[in-house]
Ligand binder design. Structure first.
Ligand code: URA
Length: 210
């Protein structure tokens, strides 16, 4: 579909995602599964981070041990559902800086309107990973990435749990330089903008709201 799209088809990811999709899955289980999947997705989204070596001493000898090169990471969560992915990734990358972007949809224009934007400093020197579980229309994801680019970032990845073809196309048009990593590419959007078959409203399922 798009050369910048990666689908993480690992059996553990697919199994946990199926459990999350089921409507009978409780809020507590949904949250736990999202945290577990986010660890596995974090593994994929960081797989090309540049390595360098550091001279260390093991109990037996010295060696040049591989360590991640100095480029700093920024995790950018699109509120509010992005926080579910963010929490798990932060467990793996505790030193990452964190930013938040809040957007709502104007009911008349259907365009995303920004209500919050707090990004780490020195974005131009960081690898930015923008996270939101659901890539639906792609409008808010593309707008969030606009803000991240405006702050100076040039190395950006977008991580989600589920993507709709419409969202993937929108991202490829708006930000062809931004790779999209997802656990699944679903069939379509319905008339209300929900991903089908999807998992419902990710924020509601994560926080037990309606
Ligand atoms: N946001 C959600 O939480 N779910 C969808 O299906 C689409 C957008």
């Amino acid at each position: 579909m798009s050369d910048t799209l990666t689908i993480v088809d690992h059996p553990l990811v697919q199994h946990k995602l199926s459990l999350m999709r089921e409507q009978t899955t409780s809020t507590a289980s949904f949250r736990r599964l999202l945290r577990e999947i986010s660890l596995l997705l974090a593994y994929e989204v960081t797989r090309d981070l540049p390595l360098t070596t550091r001279r260390i001493e093991t109990p037996l000898c010295e060696m040049d041990a591989p360590v991640i090169e100095g480029k700093k990471l920024a995790l950018i969560s699109i509120l509010r559902a992005g926080n579910g992915l963010l929490d798990g990734i932060l467990e793996l990358i505790p030193a990452a800086r964190v930013g938040f972007v809040g957007l709502y949809r104007d009911e008349e224009t259907l365009k995303p309107v920004q209500y919050y934007n707090k990004l780490p400093t020195q974005m131009g020197e960081r690898i930015a990973i923008v996270v939101d579980p659901m890539l639906a229309t792609g409008n808010s994801s593309a707008a969030a990435i606009d803000l991240v680019k405006k702050a100076g970032a040039t190395d950006i990845r977008f991580l989600c749990l589920l993507a709709a073809p419409e969202g993937v196309r929108r991202m490829a048009e708006a930000h062809p330089d931004v790779p999209v990593i997802t656990a699944a590419l679903d069939e379509r959007l319905n008339e209300k903008g929900y991903i089908v078959p999807g998992l419902g409203d990710a924020g509601d399922r994560m926080y037990g709201t309606k």
